[in-house]
Design a protein around this ligand. Structure first.
Ligand SMILES: Cc1cc2nc3c(=O)[nH]c(=O)nc-3n(C[C@H](O)[C@H](O)[C@H](O)COP(=O)(O)OP(=O)(O)OC[C@H]3O[C@@H](n4cnc5c(N)ncnc54)[C@H](O)[C@@H]3O)c2cc1C
Length: 418
């Protein structure tokens, strides 16, 4: 059991999970965020709790497809060309992470991080009084042709190698499961172990409230740097003054790069921007969260309606959103569930953009800062931050408390890019 004062910077899903795990260990916790808990990237994700998410984003054979994706206005990938020079080093590392032997290592490293997600979220959500937000009806991958089905075999084999059971479905089974789905989808794969969250913002808020009830102080402030003393961090510098603590956790999502740099670590964190569109009171939609193989987006049934989320836009943290990307998701959703009207009343449709905190090798950074003895990182979870947050929080609590780590932290070490 710990008895130190820990400052957690960032009240996204990673920061709040970390705060709760630290509090469970008996630490005193201050959680600081410039905004309200959960209102950044953790607000609008697809809600998937897929323990099967072991397939990295950079995959062998992906590169030849990139030009086609970039040229297709409905495609899943876009780049703000002005941002290309800034992200080029990240892209170089991304391509290198797609080598076959590295991809297999990454998948092995991801499974212990993502595998326990449903059980761990259930445990936290139960404590937070939010268990109803955690659902477990599996996750569907749907295909419009046998060719598409076959193209996804590599990723599915990686999941199977990680111990995930993947069921293959034909047309009739798929219709039974998803009566609203367009009849052009002829094949599917169902991963039953997967779960989802019916409202990611509400979940993050509920964990922040749990942390408060357990004694955490939740403060609004922008962290601008650190005061160091004798190889240790003494205090975080904020726009509201200094906040002193014994240990520091940086869980600032896509904005963590400068904070790590202020502690002496130059880490290749960038952002894969993503969009969602949400339709309230939908006439049709999925019963099971469903990935469209061709569209590379996910349709998730949520408490407030159906959400289509996904796509990747490389454009940094400062460029304004391109809402056309969200409109594309809406059109794809309407094509997937044809009983959704084409002329949806605008008051039923909401759009959102968020900043995935992405490392080029699809693995988060979870571990101690290299130049100071009492600061720890928990960021860079890319496409799987909601899934990975409980294990990240657990691991950070182990590291802060000096306890034997629950899972091997070596693959997530900040030093792997040196
Ligand atoms: C379209 C889309 C779909 C997605 N779908 C899924 C999914 O289905 N499943 C899944 O697991 N993941 C998904 N993700 C990814 C997931 O949303 C993120 O990985 C996750 O939300 C990251 O959480 P976080 O706590 O690290 O960051 P955030 O939620 O962004 O929180 C970081 C917090 O740090 C604060 N902060 C940063 N810097 C400072 C500072 N200097 N001072 C004070 N506060 C600071 C910010 O205000 C923010 O509140 C998706 C993402 C997108 C964009």
């Amino acid at each position: 059991m710990g008895d130190t004062h820990v400052l957690v910077i960032g009240a996204g899903i990673v920061g709040v999970c970390t705060a709760v795990h630290l509090l469970r260990d008996g630490h005193r916790v201050t959680l600081v965020d410039r905004g309200a808990p959960g209102e950044a990237t953790s607000f609008g994700n697809a809600g998937c709790l897929n323990g099967s998410s072991v397939v990295p984003i950079a995959m062998p054979g992906m590169l030849p497809q990139v030009p086609r994706w970039l040229l297709d206005p409905m495609g899943p990938l876009t780049i703000r060309w002005r941002y290309l020079p800034a992200i080029a080093p990240w892209l170089w590392r991304f391509v290198r992470a797609g080598r076959p032997e590295r991809v297999a290592e990454i998948a092995r490293a991801l499974r212990p991080m993502v595998g326990p997600t449903v059980a761990m979220h259930r445990d936290l959500a139960r404590a937070a009084g939010a268990e109803a937000l955690i659902r477990q009806v599996g996750h569907l991958h749907v295909y419009r042709s046998e060719t598409e089905f076959a193209k996804d075999a590599t990723g599915m084999a990686m999941r199977a190698a990680a111990g995930v059971t993947v069921d293959e479905l034909g047309f009739d089974d798929l219709r039974q499961l998803e009566p609203d789905l367009d009849r052009g989808y002829v094949r599917a794969r169902l991963i039953q172990e997967n779960g989802h969250c019916a409202d990611p913002l509400a979940l993050t808020r509920s964990y922040a409230d749990l942390a408060r009830r357990m004694g955490a102080t939740v403060r609004r402030a922008q962290v601008t740097g650190f005061a160091r003393e004798g190889g240790r961090v003494r205090a975080a510098l904020t726009d509201q003054g200094e906040v002193a603590a014994d240990s520091f956790v940086i869980a600032g999502g896509a904005w963590s790069r400068d904070l790590a740099a202020a502690l002496g670590d130059r880490l290749p964190l960038d952002t894969e921007r993503g969009y969602h569109v949400m339709v309230a009171a939908p006439e049709a939609g999925p019963r099971t969260p469903t990935t469209s193989f061709a569209g590379k987006f996910i349709a998730t049934p949520m408490d407030a309606g159906v959400r289509a989320a996904g796509t990747v836009e490389l454009g940094g943290l400062d460029a304004p959103p391109n809402w056309g990307r969200a409109d594309i998701l809406l059109r794809q959703l309407q094509a997937m569930y044809p009983r959704l009207p084409r002329d949806l009343d605008a008051t039923r449709v909401s759009r959102w953009m968020g900043f995935r905190p992405s490392m080029p090798d699809s693995l988060p950074v979870v571990g101690p800062a290299r130049a100071v003895g009492n600061a720890f990182y928990g960021f860079g979870h890319g496409h799987v931050g909601l899934i990975s947050a409980p294990m990240t929080g657990r691991l950070l609590a182990d590291l802060v408390g000096g306890r034997t780590p629950t899972i091997d932290p070596a693959p997530y070490a900040p030093g792997r890019f040196a």
